[in-house]
Design a protein around this ligand. Structure first.
Ligand SMILES: Nc1ncnc2c1ncn2[C@@H]1O[C@H](COP(=O)(O)OP(=O)(O)OP(=O)(O)O)[C@@H](O)[C@H]1O
Length: 310
């Protein structure tokens, strides 16, 4: 759009100054972030950080104490036909035990005024067609998760919001989920996924929003968030003249450790400085690599001291 405003059909999520005060706990505290279309955004935080409360406010299931949360510029409550805009899976799907997966979805279609064939289409989308006529009580946890996603996809929404969708899934289920969500993002949809499985987020998410104790800690593309961390960044260097190089680097106030496999790990200076120091000292280099911490390390560092139990 030329004026830069999100249109009602856009899938941009904007959370602005969002706060939820329960009697004794400020579950969410002046939280602001944006989630863009065409990307998978990981919503991360330790237990009790306020992720579920934020998602519930986004979906009008919890009333904010202050602040706003909008999807395509509108609050969820103001969306016409919200199921056609936003699909959500907040907990493992529940359905009438004796009902088949297909019938469960048909009931939801009828209630939402959606065409009946959307039930078959949504089942096919999540690969559950072979189990369409089986009763829900016989579904595995993975199948229940897929059925929950099928229900969220009934309205062919532009925005999909999932709370811990990988919980309880086996590696094959997690792999399927990753491919499925990435595919939806490639179609231009907005995918917001909460998780505490950081290693999974590193494989799945394009962007991350990290919160702790109800507040924003960091937001941005996964690579940038990891790259912005200076602590934990080290330079791995291999040289036949380790002692000479270590001495020259220590003169630059770098910290130098042996990695036990014949290389040096240098902290406190960047790779360019290590290379220049080696050149000046007449030291031959066989390897010079910058090592960044993974998302797990970044997450622990960013949320350190912000206890999850409040
Ligand atoms: N209805 C409620 N009444 C009182 N306190 C609540 C309520 N819902 C959540 N809280 C508190 O708000 C804080 C945030 O909870 P929330 O469930 O949003 O966190 P979370 O990040 O989703 O955690 P988890 O990863 O453990 O699910 C917690 O301290 C929780 O105990």
């Amino acid at each position: 759009m030329s004026d830069g405003q999100p249109s009602p059909t856009s899938g941009q999520i904007v959370v602005s100054g969002l706060t939820k005060q329960y009697r004794n706990v400020r579950a969410v505290n002046n939280l602001s972030f944006t989630v863009e279309s065409g990307r998978v955004t990981g919503f991360l935080g330790p237990n009790g950080a306020g992720k579920t409360t934020t998602l519930r406010m986004l979906l009008n299931l919890v009333t904010p104490t202050s602040g706003t949360a909008t999807i395509g510029g509108r609050r969820y409550a103001d969306l016409p036909e919200p199921l056609r805009h936003v699909g959500a899976v907040l907990e493992a799907s529940s359905a009438h035990k004796g009902r088949t997966g297909l019938n469960h979805l048909r009931v939801l279609c009828a209630a939402a005024g959606l065409p009946r064939q959307r039930a078959d289409e949504a089942l096919a989308l999540v690969g559950l067609t072979p189990a369409a006529k089986r009763k829900f009580k016989g579904y595995s946890l993975g199948m229940k998760q897929r059925l929950g996603i099928a229900a969220a996809m009934l309205g062919d929404p532009k925005v999909l919001i999932l709370d811990e969708p990988a919980n309880g899934l086996d590696p094959e289920g997690i792999r399927w989920m990753r491919g499925f969500l990435k595919g939806l993002a490639q179609e231009g949809r907005t995918i917001l996924v909460s998780s505490h499985l950081l290693s999974e987020m590193q494989l799945l998410a394009d962007d991350v929003v990290i919160i702790a104790a109800g507040q924003l800690v960091r937001q941005g593309p996964v690579d940038q968030v990891i790259g912005s961390m200076t602590q934990g960044v080290r330079v791995r260097v291999r040289t036949p003249q380790a002692e000479a190089l270590a001495a020259a680097l220590k003169d630059q106030n770098a910290t130098v450790d042996a990695d036990g496999q014949g290389a040096l790990l240098v902290a406190g200076v960047d790779a360019a400085t290590v290379g220049r120091t080696a050149l000046t000292a007449g030291v031959e280099l066989h390897e010079l690599t910058t090592e960044r911490p993974d998302l797990e390390g970044v997450f622990l560092e960013l949320t350190a001291g912000k206890a999850g139990i409040r």
